[in-house]
Ligand binder design. Structure first.
Ligand code: GTP
Ligand code: MN
Ligand code: MN
Length: 626
């Protein structure tokens, strides 16, 4: 019995280790876990090994309790209904804590509320944490989860240890990250990201528990300590708040690590596209939440002879290798995708990925033991009885409120995707030829354009906007800024982040990918989409790849290079209003350019790299002269 083990036995009052061998964990982890036990006072400690037997034990428990419902139509798949108050990321309660405020958030204009990250000083945060964490796991088991973001042992991967009192979170972490005792070996005495999560419902519970989903929505708090590489999340069991490997670690904390180490952690899909000539190229794309990353990542191309294979659908870690190529890995092991709208027409590859071993959260259940959500109208027979995400029963086809929550999600292993790329776990990553930005832009923004330079591409990324979606707590159809699709996920000062991007070409010999912007969501007067989207997006990707090969198919415009008329393959498409789809209304863009500049002046202020303002001024001048 070593010193640390004694601490556990003495100071924690014989908290039993229900499973696993405490002494098999590296010493730094034992100290971390001991600290967690002392602080949160769980009734036991359960050290996870990621095995199938472990999962079955937990699933069995959750089924008995009623947290999970087995979907008998599929193998080893389950439905979970959350407390209806715990359904999305809570950006307003998400904080980054550093002693220097301006390391974390930019200098915003006086009187303006900053939207690029929320800072709280470590002392004030400590007060908040002290109100919540002491004793917060009373009567509950504390699960210790060793996980790797990226293939275990890869030089690009990073290790985390999450403690949580939610076994739903454990089950989802199993799908989204790589949990294994091998992590302990790889870790040794090296650094790991410390992830602490509690649903904030110590026993005996003070609050009515709905749907067997303990949570504490009034007191949600998600705190990040980038210097300490530590995350503390309280009160929510919902994915983005509780699966700490994902947004908290792989984006917020990792973006800080990436800043320090000279690489990039981005909210991007990664896919390999093989055109008919067989020359595969890889793209990454950053769209705000619920704007089509998962769909594009695994799209079924409608053009004959094209092949798309997915490497990742949400997060990319990218770094230039010794040869100067930008290489990307997907740090995750699973897909946590928006369910509504997913069907055999829009995303058959996602559908095939979750036919077994999957968890569905806040979807509806059919009487024959299947899942149901908005978008499956043509795939589930009319008249079928369903139980909605709010536990209401009705027959399909009958009027009623939505069957699923708009942010309902499927969680499944990426390896089950029929078009998973054979190199998706390549420790060296895949070479990136094009970086694509985009958002939901109902007006003014053409289908596709190409940045004039790397710097211009950074400016385009900084000006990404999108109609609000259900992935966070915002309501309504407002157009919001979401620069680089990273607004909710920034780990440090956004101005410094832009400078980090601008610094990428400063190392000689680097081959820079081309940067593009796409918009699948432009609408006509009646609000109908001008572009069919989904599998037809391959036509735009094809144009992008041809540009990467240097084809002369673009003309310069004030916003960048746009397709020469007829250069996008429209063969076999129905009637498309190309004039409107590609138009660039002068007054729209004058307003938009000025509004973007004001946004950066207000939100990023003196931290904005001057070149970004210069490029916006050039753009404005070009439209004035038009
Ligand atoms: P997160 O996982 O939250 O980061 O979002 P995401 O970017 O992966 O979004 P996802 O691919 O799940 O897209 C969500 C919504 O966008 C669904 O409602 C889709 O139907 C819709 N969508 C995706 N691609 C297209 C498209 O090409 N055209 C149109 N009109 N809608 C699309
Ligand atoms: Mn996302
Ligand atoms: Mn997604």
């Amino acid at each position: 019995v070593t010193e640390v083990h004694e601490i556990v036995l003495q100071k924690v009052g014989h908290v039993p280790v229900a499973k696993g061998d405490f002494m098999k964990m590296p010493k730094s982890v034992r100290i971390f876990v001991s600290h967690c036990i002392q602080l949160m006072k769980p009734r036991g400690v359960y050290i996870c090994d990621g095995s199938e037997a472990e999962a079955q034990e937990i699933i069995h428990k959750l089924e008995e309790r009623g947290t999970l419902t087995r979907l008998t139509k599929y193998k080893n798949s389950y439905l979970c209904r959350t407390d209806p108050e715990d359904v999305a990321r809570v950006e307003s309660k998400t904080f980054i804590c550093t002693p220097d405020k301006y390391e974390t958030v930019p200098h915003v204009r006086e009187g303006v509320a900053g939207i690029l990250g929320h800072w709280m000083g470590p002392d004030q945060m400590q007060v908040e944490l002290n109100d919540r964490f002491p004793g917060c796991m009373a009567g509950r088991m504390m699960y210790v989860i060793p996980f790797s973001m990226g293939p275990i042992g890869s030089p690009l991967s990073k290790i985390g240890v999450q403690v949580t009192d939610s076994n739903y979170v454990l089950l989802c972490m199993r799908l989204m990250t790589r949990i294994s005792p091998k992590v302990w070996e790889v870790l040794g005495d090296k650094e790991f990201v410390k992830c602490i999560h509690s649903v904030g419902c110590p026993r005996p519970v003070q609050r009515v528990v709905k749907n067997h989903w303990p949570c504490n929505p009034e007191n949600v708090l998600i705190a990040h300590f980038p210097h300490e590489r530590k995350i503390k999340s309280y009160g929510s069991g919902y994915g983005g708040n509780s699966l700490l490997g994902k947004k908290c670690f792989a984006l917020r904390i990792a973006s800080v690590i990436a800043r320090d180490e000279g690489w990039m952690a981005e909210h991007m899909l990664i896919s390999g596209i093989t055109p008919p000539n067989g020359e595969e190229m890889f793209i990454t794309a950053a769209f705000p939440s619920a704007c089509g990353k998962t769909n594009l990542a695994m799209t079924t191309p409608t053009l004959p002879g094209y092949k798309v294979q997915v490497v990742g659908d949400d997060i990319a870690w990218m770094r230039f290798n010794k040869k100067g190529e930008l290489r990307a890995i997907n740090p995750e092991a699973g897909f946590f995708g928006v369910a509504p709208g997913t069907n055999m027409q829009t995303n058959p590859n996602a559908m095939m990925s979750f036919q077994e071993n999957s968890i569905f959260t806040n979807v509806a259940e059919t009487a024959d033991g299947g899942y149901y959500w908005e978008g499956l109208e043509d795939e589930v027979p009319k008249g079928m009885a369903i139980k909605t995400w709010l536990n209401e029963t009705r027959a399909l086809g009958q009027p009623g409120p939505p069957a699923s929550h708009p942010n309902a999600r499927f969680t499944c292993p990426a390896s089950q995707c029929p078009i998973i790329h054979p190199r998706w776990e390549d420790p060296e990553g895949v070479p990136v030829s094009a970086i694509i930005f985009g958002g939901r832009r109902p007006k003014g923004v053409p289908l596709v354009f190409e940045a004039k330079s790397w710097e211009h591409g950074v400016m385009i990324g900084a000006c990404v906007k999108s109609e609000a979606t259900a992935a966070a707590e915002f309501k309504g159809k407002k157009i919001m800024h979401d620069p680089m699709a990273m607004r909710p996920f920034m780990g440090y000062n956004f101005g410094h982040y832009l400078q980090h991007w601008l610094d990428m070409p400063k190392v000689p010999g680097r081959k820079l990918p081309k940067i593009f912007h796409v918009n699948w969501f432009r609408t006509d007067e009646s609000g109908k989409f001008l572009w069919p989207g989904f599998g037809e997006n391959i036509r735009v990707i094809d144009w992008i790849l041809r540009r990467c090969k240097g084809e002369d198919i673009a003309v310069e415009s004030p916003i960048g290079f746009i397709p020469k008329p007829g250069s996008i393959n429209m063969e076999g498409l129905g009637k498309i209003n190309e004039k409107e789809l590609f138009s660039m209304p002068k007054h729209y863009w004058l307003d938009d350019t000025r509004e973007s500049r004001r946004f950066l002046e207000d939100q990023v202020g003196v931290d904005t790299p001057p070149i970004i303002f210069k490029l916006l001024e050039d753009q404005e001048a070009a439209f004035v002269a038009m």
